[in-house]
Design a protein around this ligand. Structure first.
Ligand code: ZN
Length: 442
């Protein structure tokens, strides 16, 4: 067993479950383990207390002129339940069939530790300044990291942020995620009469907010999938020809994708492929709709109230606050006469993008190609990763998301694993990246 692997095992043995207060001491222990490890390889380390779990901040400074790489990761893990489904105990890391089985092996201890091991392996050859922010609340979102980032922007200053908390495209096919969608969420509440009414006594003469809701929902998108909110697409950055070509070449089968969710068709915006629609185009979905009687049998009621919930996935350069305002104005505009309308915001998140031809992306591409023997795939993610958006917004630096997990790693499930080869290649990739990135700014 290599030194890096046996050290990863030490870290994996600490049951740092952030959601369970019974593990508060283990959280401290994991933070302390990282502190000692990073100190031993020449970092200045601070374990920052928060109202919940500490943040580990470390920096190794070479010079003022060397470029700086900032790594983000997390040392907390999901609860291991249900324990009976684990083939070997979650906090007794086990190497089996070339895979490291343990809670946190892939998400995210194995991935963040790979970067630590890479820095260590370079020893005196390390060509850049390196900083680590390793939090203990990623799985629970207690929200203590962002205020700390806000208060420490000067010392966090870096030329690139590297995040490894995601997956490769497939075994042996490295991937770099260069864009994430943002989000805007809201709730619409409609009221017609002051109380529920009998449909015999009032039917034909009373407002029905369910119909009003349905009318409004129908006006949100056209038949060909275009979102009808005026100004919605104004700031959407069009897909480049380069991106469209790259997506086209990916081993992605729309029919297989549909079959995997048991759908016979994948409707959406006309003029775009399925992958383009879920990665690079904005979307709008009603997530819930309510009103009236939903129990067994029938009830002759005209409800007083109805409503629905809406989410929109946004792409660069849409501003979620602006989209929220446009949506609100449009909903007010299409509200049928005779109803009162209440709109509640349920949060927003910004989209993220790093230019494909930027220096850090190209350095990452070369680094992965050297380690894996093939060029990485550049992909986007349809979802949002709030902390990455926060980093981009606060620090305004390029972000390289290179994940080393695989889709079958059982994240958040029993028998979480990290392929040993992925751990080893992650170290190699990170090491290559540090060397390549130093060259780009020289
Ligand atoms: Zn994670």
């Amino acid at each position: 067993m290599t030194q890096a692997l046996s050290e990863l095992f030490e870290l994996l043995r600490i049951p740092s479950v952030s959601a369970d207060p019974a593990h508060n001491q283990d959280m401290k222990k994991a933070a302390g383990w990282l502190e000692a490890k990073l100190r031993s390889i020449g970092f200045n380390v601070e374990v920052v207390p928060t109202p919940n779990h500490p943040i580990v901040y470390a920096e190794k400074r070479l010079s003022d002129i060397a470029p700086t790489v900032l790594f983000y990761g997390h040392y907390d893990v999901q609860p291991p339940d249900p324990l009976v489904l684990w083939h070997t105990p979650p906090f007794e890391p086990t190497l089996r069939d070339g895979k490291i089985y343990a809670r946190g092996s892939s998400d995210d201890k194995g991935q963040i530790f790979a970067h630590i091991a890479a820095v260590e392996s370079l020893g005196d050859q390390l060509p850049v300044n390196v900083k680590f922010v390793i939090e203990g609340e990623e799985e629970v979102g207690f929200g203590n990291l962002v205020p700390w980032l806000e208060g420490n922007l000067a010392r966090l200053k870096a030329d690139v942020l590297v995040v490894s908390d995601s997956s490769m495209l497939a075994p042996g096919i490295p991937a770099i995620t260069y864009a994430l969608r943002g989000i805007a969420l809201l709730e619409v509440r409609l009221q017609g009469s002051a109380r529920d009414l009998h449909s015999g006594t009032y039917g034909g003469g009373a407002p029905n907010p369910i119909h009003a809701a349905a009318t409004m929902i129908a006006k949100l998108k056209s038949q060909d999938g275009k979102i009808q909110i005026p100004g919605f697409y104004d700031k959407v950055r069009p897909l480049s020809e380069q991106e469209r070509k790259l997506y086209h070449k990916l081993p992605f089968d729309a029919a297989e994708f549909a079959a995997a969710i048991g759908a016979s068709a994948m409707p959406g915006e006309a003029g775009y492929s399925l992958l383009e629609r879920i990665w690079a185009r904005p979307s709008l979905d009603v997530n819930g709709i309510w009103g009236g009687y939903q129990g067994e049998g029938s009830k002759t009621v005209i409800p007083a109230k109805a409503g629905f919930k809406l989410s929109m996935r946004l792409v660069p350069d849409q501003d979620p606050e602006a989209i929220y305002a446009l949506t609100k104005a449009y909903l007010e505009h299409i509200l049928p006469a005779g109803y009162s309308l209440e709109i509640l915001p349920h949060g927003v998140g910004k989209p993220v993008v790093t230019e494909l031809d930027s220096a850090p992306m190209q350095a990452a591409s070369r680094a992965l190609e050297k380690a894996w023997g093939r060029k990485p795939v550049f992909n986007r993610m349809g979802g949002s990763v709030p902390i990455v958006a926060d980093f981009q917004q606060l620090m305004n630096i390029p972000i390289v998301m290179m994940g080393f997990g695989l889709d079958d790693d059982n994240l958040h499930s029993p028998n979480e694993k990290f392929d040993l080869i992925n751990f080893e290649k992650a170290i190699e990739s990170s090491r290559n990246f540090l060397l390549e990135f130093a060259k780009t700014l020289r």
